[in-house]
Design a protein around this ligand. Sequence first.
Ligand SMILES: [Zn+2]
Length: 281
Amino acid sequence: MNWLTDFVKPKLSSLVGKKETPSDLWTTCSKCNLMLYRSELEKNFYVCSHCDQHMYVDIDSRFRQLFDEQKYDFIEIPIENSDPLEFKDLKKYTDRIKEAQKKTNQKDAAIVATGKMGGQLVCIFLLDFSFMGGSMGQYVGEAFKIGCQKAVELQCPFISISSSGGARMQEGLISLMQLPKTVAAVNLLDKEKIPFISLLTHPTTGGVSASFAMLGDIIIAEKGSMIGFAGKRVIEKTINEQLPEDFQTAEYLLDHGMIDMVVHRKELRDTLSRVVSFVKK
Ligand SMILES: [Zn+2]
């Protein structure tokens, strides 16, 4: 018997009359550290009500926000995760994959779904940052290609929603090969005159920003997202110059002509529906 937990703690709790609160009822804002009631945050599309910070959104919440009547169909990606290099650092790559699968209940970082948005059929490819930083390996590249092919088959606009740390280094050269592969898939959309809308969310970096994410016919960024290739500090050291405070933010990229729009998450569904109605065939 632990005297402190079994005797002292209950006695103290009964004296102060304080009930223990389940920790998952509350979460902390990643920017202003304010305690936020989780169900309120969910209703607010995971945007902090105090400082407007756009926090991480899980796949379900994102799709429920975007698709009409919260209805959508997942498209199956018929390949297995592979470990071509039998890579191992502190852990085996295969173990890292298994851990991420257990944590997210997903096969890999990419999901493809179809459904209606504002009454119009769309195909959405989404990268989930919680699965190994949304990194792009063979599975993700294949999922992107399948998403593009599905959009061609359905003759509907294709939307990619990125949040990624870049190429998946555990797959070495194979992960880098996904850059030209996704670019080829974008070319297929172009050839078939299928509109491609790229939505960049926090963060979109590395091999993803260096391939399909910046190739959208229309490129939209979510407010406050960090978008770039290499990190700010690496660039500063390379060019030996200090970069502006807002360097690599969505707003900075808009000011410098790299993207078309910066949109608040609450306006995302309406904005995307409007854009889709302009560009659809
Ligand atoms: Zn906040």
